[in-house]
Write a protein that binds this ligand. Structure first.
Ligand code: CA
Ligand code: CA
Ligand code: CA
Ligand code: CA
Length: 397
C-alpha cells in the first residue's frame, strides 16, 4: 500500500525521537482488542478515567488512540508518500494540537498502539519487518516521553498486543506465521520483564487477542482461515490452557466486540459470500449464538458504543452507495436500528469517542478529496461537523 521514498532511512537512534507506522485496518484494530483488566478493577478504573463509558473495551488507550489520557480519542496519521507521521489531539471536531513524529520507511516499519506503562496514554510498539528491530515509544501528548530499543526478533514475526497477566500494562504476543511459534513478552514500560515461548500452534491458525472469560487477562483466539477451525488459549501470564471452539467455515469473518457489556469479548460473524450475520456472546468456552439480519456484501461493519451503555453497537457503511445504518445492540438482539445520512461511498470510518462523553463517534475520511468530518453520535442520532483536512496520501487508523 505504501511506496517509500527513503527505504534506507530509519535507524534505531532516529527512533528515539521519531515514530513510524503503517496504515492500520479494522482488522489491526481488532487484533489489538483486549479487555486486559479484572472486573472489579475495571469498575474502579472506569470511575477514575476521564471517559464516562462503563466499559473500557472501546475507550482504553491501549485499544483506541488517546495520547494525552483525557478520555477523548486522538488520531494517528501516516503519509504514504513521504513516511511522515503525525499525531492529532482531538476535542470533538477541534484539533487542539498537532505533532510530527518524524519520517520513516513505511515499507519496513509496522506499528501497534499499546499502553506499556499503564498511565492511560497510548504508546507505540514499532517493529521493522526487514531487520527485526523493535522500539517502544512511551507517549505524552504529541511528544515521545521516552523510548527504548528492545531485543531484535525474527523479522517474520508479527506482533499483537494484550495484557496477559492482568497488570494493566500491555504485553506483546509474537507469532511466527511460518512455524506457528508463539512467544509472550510481559512488559513494564520499556522493559521486557519476561519472555516465554508457548507450545507451538499449527501455523495455519491466526491469533487474535480477546478476553473470552472476562478475567482481565487477555486470551488468544486462534482461527484457521482455510478450514474454519477455531481454538482459544486461555492465558494466565505465560501459562496457556487450550480449548477447541466450534468451527465456522472460511467464508465467515470475525469482528470482536462486547455486545452484551459483560466485559467478556464477543464475536460478530459476517459471511462475506452470503451476507449473513450472527453474534456469539462468549462466556469462557460457552457460546450463545444469535442470528442477525442479512446484509449484502457491499456493507462493511465498524464497531462502537453509540449510546454509551457499555454494550458494543454496529455501524454499517455501504461502500457502493454510501448508505449508513446504526444498530444498537443488546447481546444478540438489535435493540434499536436507524438509517443514518449517506456519506461518500469511498469514505472510511474510524470510530472513537472524540468528545469524551462516553459515546463513540465516527470519523469519516474521504480518501479522494482528503476531507474529514466527524459524526458526533448520541444513540442513532448523528451530528456532522467538518474537521481539518489532510491531503489524500495521509492514512489514519
Ligand atoms: Ca485524547
Ligand atoms: Ca460479552
Ligand atoms: Ca451501546
Ligand atoms: Ca462521543
Amino acid at each position: 500500500m505504501f511506496s517509500a521514498k527513503n527505504p534506507q532511512s530509519a535507524t534505531t537512534s532516529a527512533l528515539t525521537t521519531d515514530i513510524t507506522s503503517n496504515t492500520s485496518t479494522k482488522d489491526d484494530l481488532n487484533t489489538s482488542l483486549s479487555l486486559g483488566k479484572a472486573s472489579q478493577s475495571l469498575q474502579d478504573e472506569a470511575s477514575a478515567t476521564a471517559n464516562p463509558n462503563p466499559n473500557p473495551y472501546l475507550t482504553s488507550a491501549a485499544i483506541v488512540p488517546d495520547f494525552n489520557g483525557d478520555g477523548k480519542a486522538d488520531k494517528v496519521w501516516v503519509n504514504s508518500a513521504t513516511g511522515e507521521t503525525q499525531v492529532w489531539l482531538m476535542d470533538g471536531s477541534t484539533v487542539t494540537e498537532k505533532g510530527s513524529l518524524g519520517t520513516y520507511d513505511v515499507s519496513s516499519w509496522n506499528y501497534n498502539i499499546a499502553d506499556f506503562n499503564g498511565d492511560g496514554k497510548t504508546d507505540f510498539l514499532l517493529h521493522n519487518k526487514s531487520t527485526g528491530e523493535n522500539v517502544v515509544a512511551l507517549m505524552d501528548g504529541t511528544k515521545v516521553a521516552s523510548s527504548a530499543s528492545l531485543e531484535n526478533v525474527d523479522p517474520a514475526l508479527t506482533s499483537s498486543i494484550g495484557d496477559f497477566n492482568g497488570d494493566r500494562k500491555t504485553d506483546i504476543l509474537w507469532h511466527n506465521t511460518q512455524t506457528g511459534e508463539n512467544t509472550i513478552w510481559e512488559m513494564d514500560g520499556t522493559t521486557v520483564t519476561s519472555s516465554t515461548a508457548l507450545d507451538k500452534s499449527d501455523p495455519a491458525f491466526t491469533p487474535t487477542i480477546v478476553d473470552f472469560d472476562g478475567n482481565g487477562k487477555s486470551d488468544i483466539f486462534l482461527r484457521n482461515m482455510t478450514t474454519g477451525e477455531n481454538k482459544v488459549l486461555f492465558m494466565d501470564g505465560d501459562q496457556a490452557t487450550p480449548f477447541d471452539l466450534q468451527s465456522q467455515d472460511a467464508a465467515w469473518t470475525a469482528t470482536l466486540g462486547d455486545f452484551n457489556g459483560d466485559l467478556k469479548t464477543d464475536i460478530l460473524w459476517r459471511n462475506e459470500q452470503t451476507g449473513e450475520n450472527k453474534i456469539w456472546t462468549m462466556n469462557g468456552v460457552l457460546v450463545n449464538e444469535g442470528s442477525l439480519t442479512t446484509l449484502d456484501a457491499n456493507w462493511e461493519s465498524s464497531i462502537g458504543d453509540f449510546n454509551g451503555d457499555g454494550k458494543t453497537d454496529i455501524l454499517w457503511h455501504n461502500k457502493q452507495t454510501g448508505e449508513n445504518a446504526a444498530w444498537l445492540m443488546d447481546g444478540t438482539t438489535v435493540s434499536s436500528e436507524a438509517v443514518l445520512a449517506q456519506s461518500n461511498p469511498s469514505s472510511k470510518a474510524s470510530i472513537g469517542d472524540y468528545n469524551g462523553d462516553g459515546k463513540s463517534d465516527v470519523f469519516f475520511r474521504n480518501y479522494e478529496t482528503g476531507d474529514n468530518t466527524i459524526w458526533t453520535m448520541d444513540g442513532t442520532n448523528a451530528t456532522e461537523t467538518p474537521t481539518d483536512a489532510l491531503s489524500p496520501e495521509w492514512y489514519t487508523m
